[in-house]
Design a protein around this ligand. Structure first.
Ligand SMILES: Nc1nc2c(ncn2[C@@H]2O[C@H](COP(=O)(O)OP(=O)(O)OP(=O)(O)O)[C@@H](O)[C@H]2O)c(=O)[nH]1
Ligand SMILES: [Mg+2]
Length: 447
């Protein structure tokens, strides 16, 4: 089918797809606790995909607007009233997996191979955004999509179809309920579907009609005695053409479709995982830097430290750098962390150092008074020290993001850039707020 990218039919495709899924699963092994929590669903889905491949399970997802006859179509194909059909739109609320043994298709080489029809909630349901999202993601996982409509495609249907085509889904477009139209109207709809609007989206031979649950019609029944009575009866469903096309598609490329779908699925999950990891890592790093900056602010506000220790990289800064390294999967010794901190302070140059000096100028005074200074002196001193740690943290973060190097920049360029891009006043204000909040909980802190 032209919807799918060409696949040279090497038996290796299937093997490669299994490997791709296994590889994606293996990537989860070194997730930390938080990543694992966030990615659990992806991992579960990958595991299901792996199992699907290993058993040769083909999933045909029946997808479309509400009340187009998706559930009825599954019943008609399977030849049993398994799915609930209802005149009321939005009837199907979950994904239902219905085994379709009657089709008689097996993925070559898989004795336990199965074909599953997946019933989905309708698109465009009032208050059903979540359900229609569920349907969309089921369709994206499908090996083959039956896109069911009962009229010309509206905007929602058209854009859903476009999305599926964009993710290379093989699609059969099914015009259901043709019993409600006159033959020439059916032809008109088919001409529309085969016209320019869907050109390149669905091939003509993959556009089919059906009557999954035709309306009752009045039959005239003549008895042996010649009397005639009228009776309303439901005609048999008409799904044979659809059924044979499905079988044809599967026989021609069922195995490739399965492989292609799994390989794309695995690639997608890997990308998502990488992106999410980066995102989570950055969130953790930002929080960590802030936590250390606050710790440092408080420490300095409450306990006068020798200025030289603070400037040369206090224990707090070194500990922050060691922890940050861990976030980025880089281990660094405390003494190397201290050198990095010193290096960053040096790179920050005298601008920052001199400011820091000012705030520590009174540390001797604080030491002398041997108690807490007034809030008026504690706050700026503490906040300035915390700001220093904040900048060190940002620079160290850059350093670790670039695999423990300054990349193409020099340390000085990086730090200068960080200083320029940081809203110093707002960081200082926030730090002061934190100090106030924490000190106010300390009953021994003086005013
Ligand atoms: N006339 C006619 N009615 C049909 C046909 N197929 C389904 N219907 C009717 O259409 C209505 C909806 O059918 P369902 O199978 O429940 O539709 P659905 O797409 O599963 O609907 P949701 O689950 O609500 O999205 C029911 O009243 C069916 O009897 C058909 O081929 N012809
Ligand atoms: Mg339904």
């Amino acid at each position: 089918m032209t919807n799918a990218p060409p696949l040279d039919d090497q038996p290796d495709d299937y093997r490669n797809a299994i490997d791709a899924v296994r590889f994606a699963i293996a990537q989860f092994k070194d997730c930390n606790e938080e990543e694992r929590h966030e990615l659990q669903r992806d991992l579960d889905e990958l595991q299901r995909m792996s199992e699907k491949l290993e058993t040769g399970r083909v999933e045909i997802v029946v997808f479309g607007e509400i009340s187009t006859g998706k559930s009825a179509l599954i019943n008609a194909l399977v030849g049993d009233s398994l799915m609930q059909v209802n005149i009321q739109g939005g009837w199907t609320k979950d994904l239902w997996h219905v085994p379709w043994d009657g089709l008689g298709y097996r993925v070559p080489g898989f004795a336990d191979s199965q074909v599953i029809l997946v019933d989905t909630p309708g698109l465009n349901e009032v208050d059903g955004a979540e359900r229609s999202e569920m349907a969309q993601s089921a369709a994206e996982r499908a090996d083959l999509v039956l896109f069911v409509t009962d009229s010309d495609l509206n905007e929602t249907e058209f854009s859903a179809l476009e999305d599926l085509v964009a993710c290379h889904k093989p699609i059969l477009l099914v015009l259901n309920k043709t019993d409600l139209y006159r033959p020439e109207e059916v032809q008109q709809l088919l001409d529309l579907f085969r016209g320019p609007r869907l050109d390149g989206m669905v091939e003509a031979k993959n556009i089919l009609t059906s009557q999954a649950d035709p309306r009752e019609v009045e039959y005239l029944i003549e008895s042996a005695d010649g009397s005639v009575r009228k009776e309303w009866r439901k005609p048999e469903p008409q799904v044979e053409a659809l059924r044979s096309r499905i079988l044809e598609v599967l026989e021609a490329e069922g195995k490739s479709l399965l492989a292609l779908n799994a390989a794309m699925f695995a690639a997608d999950k890997s990308d998502r995982m990488t992106a999410l990891r980066v995102q989570l890592r950055e969130k953790v790093a930002a929080k960590m830097i802030w936590k250390y900056a606050v710790t440092k602010s408080l420490a300095v506000a409450l306990n006068p430290l020798p200025a030289v220790d603070v400037l040369g990289g206090s224990a707090v800064d070194a500990a922050m750098v060691v922890s940050l390294g861990r976030v980025y999967g880089i281990s660094i010794t405390t003494s190397n962390a201290r050198s990095l901190v010193t290096g960053i302070f040096k790179a920050a140059g005298w601008v920052m150092l001199s400011e820091a000096m000012v705030s520590y100028a009174s540390s001797a005074f604080k030491a002398l008074t041997a108690g807490y200074g007034s809030l008026a002196t504690m706050l700026p001193q503490g906040a300035a020290a915390g700001y220093g740690s904040y900048i060190v943290g940002q620079a160290a973060r850059y350093y670790f993001q670039h695999g423990a190097s300054w990349g193409n920049e020099s340390a000085k360029q990086v730090v200068t850039q960080i200083l320029e891009n940081t809203d110093k006043q707002s960081v200082l204000e926030k730090l002061k707020e934190e100090i106030k909040r924490k000190i106010s909980r300390n009953p021994y802190a003086g005013e």
